[in-house]
Design a protein around this ligand. Sequence first.
Ligand code: PLP
Length: 400
Amino acid sequence: MTSISDRSKKLGTENSFVVLAEVNELIRKGKDIISFCIGQPDFETPSNIKEAGLRAIKEGKHGYTPSSGILELRQAIAEYILNTRSFEINPDDVVVGAGAKPFIMYSILATTDYGVGDEVIYPNPGFPIYESQIRAMGAIPVPINLRQNKMFSLDADELESKITKNTKLVIINSPHNPTGGNISSDDMADLGEVFRRNPQCWIFADEIYSQLCYHDKFISLTRYDDLLERIIILDGVSKTWAMTGWRLGFAVNKSLSPVFSKWVTNTESCASQISQWAALEALSGTQRYAEHMKNSFLERRDLIVDLIQELPGVSCLSPGGAFYTWPDITEACKMTGCIDSEEFRKRLLNEAGVAVLSDIHFGDRVVETEQHIRFSYAASVDNIKNGIDRIDQFIRNNKR
Ligand code: PLP
């Protein structure tokens, strides 16, 4: 008799895809839904990038490439790293993959062994694939909580208290999904000290939102030269250049790049060659469209935060990066008789026609009594206004 592995049964998922299926089903049945659940830019890929993809197809550039990616793209990525992080790398330190996501798995595979007690620390709330992949790869997931009173930054003391001799990898993510928080310069310095005291830890710096920072300049742990050899930088074209479906991301680390390359050979073979040429144009062509998209996100962040702050029983920080906001809805839950954020989310969807994600989609609640929901504000201004208005009506009409 055949069976399905425990590993597969335990595999987690990204709930935005699950909620999206729910939303699409409601839309199919004719329900009018305003959605804030999917984490992708609501822009088309800029035309110069689409043209580069078309050119690649017309010129017959569609075969396999080296697993690490075409040299032209890796050179452009080295240039991008220099411009955005101010340090030089060799194109050989870069590996390109089908999106940034696969490198979460490859990094865990490259730094931990199955079932031997290796630990991986990751942010909670956090991108759900971290915990899912840590478990699936047979390592032990160790969450570190991010708190609203710390602006969802990462507390160095708390991190140090979680590190043991078995900690092989620490995942940090700034700007952060789902809170939109950034790790401040001071906190980054404290984290640097913690990593210096713990030389056994690799550091996975998920910087996929690096170019979507609003208040300050993007701050990366890579500013500390002495830590560079242990830092795996993760970035890609999905968010900055509205290219989620092109599936193109990359990781940078000198000693791990040959390992990643082997994993790519063992899994995807290589990223789509067409997408690689398009990504080359994204990185080295005009940045006019990327700047426009970023400015538009900033305007919409200010709009949505202002509107959310007016909602009864809701408080909301102004997030420094990405395109998410993570308001505290504890009081609104009490007002409307919802036992928690998940019930609030379901009722919003079914009664108010507004789709959001709830905190439990991003890990265990940090404080069991504190409820949050996530908005992706990569939505039109009209949808932001109408969606928040619907939530306002929902809370007022259901006040107990
Ligand atoms: N890391 C974080 C924090 C994300 O939010 C996402 C996508 O939502 C990814 C990685 C994956 O990016 P990609 O679509 O390039 O695989």
